[in-house]
Design a protein around this ligand. Structure first.
Ligand code: FAD
Ligand code: 5PR
Length: 380
């Protein structure tokens, strides 16, 4: 088996920093390929932050590859269409040629990954914060403990300490539009009959002010709301919600908005983008937002992160040295992420999704990729 270190005959070891979608996927995929994996989470427990998430064919295929798909599909939703409205009028209904996609709560996806990590034998350490890494294969924890491994994975998110300790050249920027993300009860029976409330509905308004709601049903009970307004708009960006300003623009969503306004822990977040000269240094690989945080317009940040994480053991199987494997991995898989990050950033900057019908073949590039077969497998 290629995952047995030929010099010592022992299982190769990986230390993974960060138990978000990227770190969990990397840990499970490596473990499934025979690696001895320890996953470090700085928090006191493994839990998901944020509200809802879209996964497309690429991310769903990763879940299939790590044997977590059936668990995830139960209790999630594929809308009949992805609809776009401008000033309350429908401008497009997209169905992506049958390309699989799915909406779920972040907690649901995270729970399924945590369950799978335990099943395959990933060793999980909570209250374990990584502070730095070295290219030779060392991870240093906040406690001062230094761990040596054949592979270090920095999956510690947009503020990555692993990344920053290694001195990559980085470009980082933050958007002018931001978003409040919440899960609320669906209240489907109270929403009137002006829409198919099982659809995704991306509701844009430019008049009398810029305000948008991305309406995303996650299952029969839970609704993911993304409430977008420019950071410069004090009422639109206020948390907890300024109920009047949202109900005035979206009166038909009042039952859901009233519940949303009760959520005291709501946050307004701007979009962060990070672009690095390289994702790899020696035996250290960066995966997920630590390497490539992107605007969410194409809903592919986690999808790309999961594909990249799942791809790591594939390239590690094909090269005798970890250093060569990581260089090959970045060369092979990175172009999809770079392209998606660029187009997502362009869409966000120009508010392009408001035009409708923007999920072109190009925009769906990342979604069409099949990480198991390692080819674009859609349209079939
Ligand atoms: P994180 O989720 O940030 O996880 C990092 C983990 O590491 C956390 O658990 C953290 O506590 C831990 N940690 C941090 N520092 C350390 C440390 N030093 N040591 C140990 N542990 C540490 N993507 C999609 O695919 N679909 C979508 O629909 C979608 N919608 C989005 C909507 C918005 C508004 C935004 C902003 C993003 C969206 N994304 C979406 C992107 C997606 O959320 C991220 O790309 C993804 O969650 C990144 O996962 P990650 O594991 O890299 O990072
Ligand atoms: N799509 C999704 C999303 O969550 C956001 C956007 C697009 C699924 C942000 O919440 O355009 O900002 C977007």
């Amino acid at each position: 088996m290629a995952n047995i270190n030929s010099t010592s005959g022992k299982h190769r070891t990986a230390q993974v920093a960060g138990a978000g979608f990227a770190g969990l996927t990397a840990a499970i995929a490596l473990r499934q390929n025979g690696w001895d994996v320890t996953l470090h989470e700085k928090d006191s427990e493994l839990r998901a932050f944020g509200a809802g998430i879209y996964l497309w064919h690429n991310g769903l295929r990763v879940l299939e590859g790590i044997d977590a798909l059936n668990d995830v599909l139960h209790g999630t939703h594929t809308p009949p269409a992805y609809e776009t409205w401008m000033q309350n009028k429908s401008v497009s209904k997209e169905t992506f040629n049958g390309l699989p996609w799915r909406i779920m709560t972040r907690a649901h996806l995270h729970n399924a990954l945590v369950k799978r990590a335990h099943e395959v034998g990933v060793k999980v350490r909570t209250n374990s914060e990584a502070v730095s890494a070295e290219a030779e294969g060392r991870l240093t924890l906040q406690t001062g403990e230094v761990l040596e491994a054949d592979l270090i994975v920095g999956a510690d998110g947009v503020g990555s300490k692993v990344r920053d300790s290694l001195g990559f050249k980085q470009d980082r920027w933050v958007s002018t539009d931001g978003i409040i993300r919440l899960i609320v009860p669906r209240h489907k029976d109270k929403l009137g009959d002006e829409a198919n409330w099982d659809n995704t509905i991306d509701m844009w308004n430019f008049e009398p002010r810029v305000q948008r709601i991305l309406y995303s049903p996650c299952n029969k009970d839970e609704l993911y709301l993304g409430l977008m307004a420019p950071a410069a708009d004090p009422r639109g960006s206020k948390v907890p919600l300024d109920l009047d300003v949202w109900v005035e623009m979206f009166p038909f969503l009042e039952p859901c908005l009233a519940d949303a306004a009760k959520l005291q822990q709501a946050r307004y977040d701007k979009y962060a983008t990070t672009k690095l000269d390289s994702w790899v240094k020696g035996k250290v690989a960066l995966v997920g937002d630590s390497a490539h945080a992107m605007c969410p317009a194409l809903a592919q940040g986690a999808g790309c992160a999961m594909v990249n994480a799942f791809s790591l053991p594939q390239d590690l199987e094909e090269h005798s040295s970890v250093e060569d494997a990581l260089a090959a991995w970045e060369k092979r898989i990175r172009p999809i992420t770079d392209h998606t990050q660029a187009l997502s950033g362009e869409y966000a900057a120009n508010r392009s999704l408001s035009k409708g019908n923007m999920f072109t073949n190009e925009a769906l590039e990342a979604a069409r990729y099949d990480p198991i077969k390692r080819v674009y497998s859609w349209p079939q």
